[in-house]
Design a protein. Structure first.
Length: 563
């Protein structure tokens, strides 16, 4: 596990663990686990749980398992298992030889189920799924007992054996725990433990035709693996009494479950089910679409593992649900990239600029700093010639007030190069659009400084037209236009707030030649334009960049205003 940025912390979970160590509970052991269901790709909310479980194990010299809760073969796929393993390794965490699956314990779970039947604490029911829901009652009304609740133990044992043997059709029988149909906790109203389901399992194939329900399996897995602290999100708090009941009735090892608030971020959704909808209806290109909060999407966009870990650390561990401003996540991202990303020049919307008094065949090279935050990265050579590209927004024929960039008669600095002055423009005869800007340069300002001490108010980035590389740049924005996409009016789908402008593709960009043959995943700061990452779609002769984040730090501005 990478631990360089993981520092000891104080929160209610760690306080509980410290007390347990002091009292020698669990013989002083600390053993956590991360238990994903392999039915989708992980997102940044899962990263919070991953970080908590692995960092706590590391901090207290304990162990952390990776365990797949693969109890529903109709929704689980090997693709998801592989993606989860890949994402957790990318985050920098390692589980050693402790990779487990719920399916490893299917036989043991069946034996435990038989024990509960023998104790009169479980029964085979043949109510339909709809009838079970109806009999369950509501939050304000008690449930109603199934007419099959008092079957004789021997009959229940026989029926469960025949369920497992495949004698009955899917959905015809279930095994239920016999607890309390009057319980105020809906989870305790005789929950289903097993259902008949003929579906091919990613690991066990067609071996099983009955599968354990999540609530039956989850606590047993923790017990079998000797987990000490079963850390999960708040939605499982109401399930804890059921896990306790199962373990107590079986008289087996009992871990301690601790719940914390899940991670929520503005302008996105943190639900595997909803993210799957966006993929299925092709609102996005796939689970690795850079607009999604999936770890594969964040990785493709250009996030680093350090950013995710630092973000999880700084958001802390709380007991009450909160929502984190996406601006804070982007702030963490900028802080990391500012230290690591090499500076280059890239022009997203090119405007041709001709320096009329510069020799046509002359080419110069200027030294450009790779990263002012890290002088050890040195400099690179940037070619300069008579014809350049600048950003369209860096020129105005009729500049508005407080516009200091290039305009007719105005002098500006070209980064690392010369002072130039606009002396004319060329327009398209049909559209009237400006297609070329003409300037003169001052040879005495080589390197970007005037020997006579005169100053200019603006510095522009540029690329040499003769040497520039063509590139496609994908500009990503917030995936949703609503701060809380889940806060929708009745009858409105959350996808109604999907931002139609969340992706803009620019196909005629120009970047400096230093970016030829850069590998996928390389991150750069395009000076004045933001941070960009080389997309896997890049190939020899075709550069594709994703904008990771802009340079404007909204969170930092908010903090300064508050201070």
């Amino acid at each position: 596990m990478t631990t360089g940025d993981i520092k000891p912390a104080h929160d209610f979970i760690r306080d509980i663990i410290r007390r347990d160590i002091q009292t020698n509970k669990y013989d002083g052991r600390v053993h956590t686990r991360f238990p994903p269901e392999p039915n989708a790709y992980l997102h940044i909310g899962h990263a919070k749980s991953i970080y908590i479980n692995f960092s706590i194990a590391n901090e207290f010299n304990g162990l952390c398992n990776l365990r797949f809760d693969d109890t529903n073969p109709t929704k689980e796929e090997q693709e998801y298992i592989d993606a989860i393993i890949r994402d957790i390794r990318w985050l920098g965490f390692d589980w050693g030889d402790r990779l487990h699956y719920a399916s490893d314990y299917f036989e043991q779970m069946c034996e435990y189920a038989v024990q509960l039947i023998q104790k009169g604490k479980a029964y085979v029911d043949e109510l339909t799924a709809g009838e079970i829901r109806e009999y369950r009652g509501t939050l304000t009304e008690p449930g109603k007992q199934s007419p099959y609740r008092e079957r004789p133990i021997e009959e229940n044992l026989d029926l469960f054996k025949r369920m497992r043997a495949g004698e009955f059709p899917d959905g015809s029988y279930v095994l239920r725990a016999k607890i309390d149909m009057d319980s105020p906790n809906m989870n305790m109203r005789d929950p289903v433990m097993y259902r008949i389901l003929r579906a091919r399992h990613p690991r066990t194939g067609d071996k099983w035709c009955i599968y354990p329900m999540y609530d039956w399996a989850h606590g047993l897995e923790d017990s079998i693996e000797g987990i000490t602290h079963s850390i999960c999100t708040l939605e499982f708090e109401d399930h804890r009494p059921l896990y306790d009941w199962f373990l107590d009735e079986l008289g087996i090892y009992h871990p301690q479950q601790i719940e914390f608030a899940r991670l929520n971020i503005t302008y996105t959704v943190m639900s595997k089910r909803l993210l799957l909808k966006l993929v299925q209806d092709k609102s996005v290109r796939g689970f690795d679409d850079p607009r999604l909060p999936t770890l594969s999407g964040l990785r493709r966009r250009g996030y680093t593992p350090e950013v995710i870990r630092n973000f999880c650390q700084h958001t802390g561990v709380a007991k009450a649900n909160t929502t984190i401003d996406v601006a804070f996540l982007e702030h963490c991202l900028r802080e990391d990239l500012n230290q690591k990303a090499q500076r280059v020049m890239g022009v997203l919307r090119p405007l041709r600029l001709v320096i009329d008094n510069y020799p046509e065949d002359q080419v110069e090279e200027f030294d450009a700093m790779n990263n002012p935050e890290d002088h050890a990265t040195g400099t690179r050579k940037v070619p300069f010639s008579r014809v350049l590209y600048i950003e369209q927004d860096d020129f105005r024929e009729e500049p508005p007030p407080k516009y200091y960039r290039l305009a007719p008669g105005r002098e500006v600095r070209l980064r690392y190069a010369y002072f130039i002055t606009c002396v004319g423009i060329t327009k398209d005869e049909r559209s009237g659009e400006i297609v070329e800007v003409h300037c003169t340069y001052d040879p005495a300002t080589r390197g970007g400084d005037a020997s006579d001490g005169r100053r200019v108010k603006s510095t522009l980035h540029w690329v040499s037209a003769r040497h520039a590389l063509e590139a496609e740049v994908r500009l990503y924005d917030l995936p949703f236009s609503k701060e809380n996409p889940m806060d929708v009016e009745e009858g409105t789908d959350f996808r109604a707030y999907f931002n139609p402008n969340s992706l803009e593709v620019l196909t005629s960009c120009r970047v400096e030649p230093a970016l030829a043959d850069v590998p996928s995943g390389s991150r750069y700061q395009f000076e004045r334009m933001g941070y960009f990452c080389v997309d896997p779609d890049s190939s020899p002769g075709k550069l594709v960049f994703n904008r990771i984040v802009s340079l404007r730090d909204t969170w930092l501005k908010i903090q300064k205003q508050q201070e």
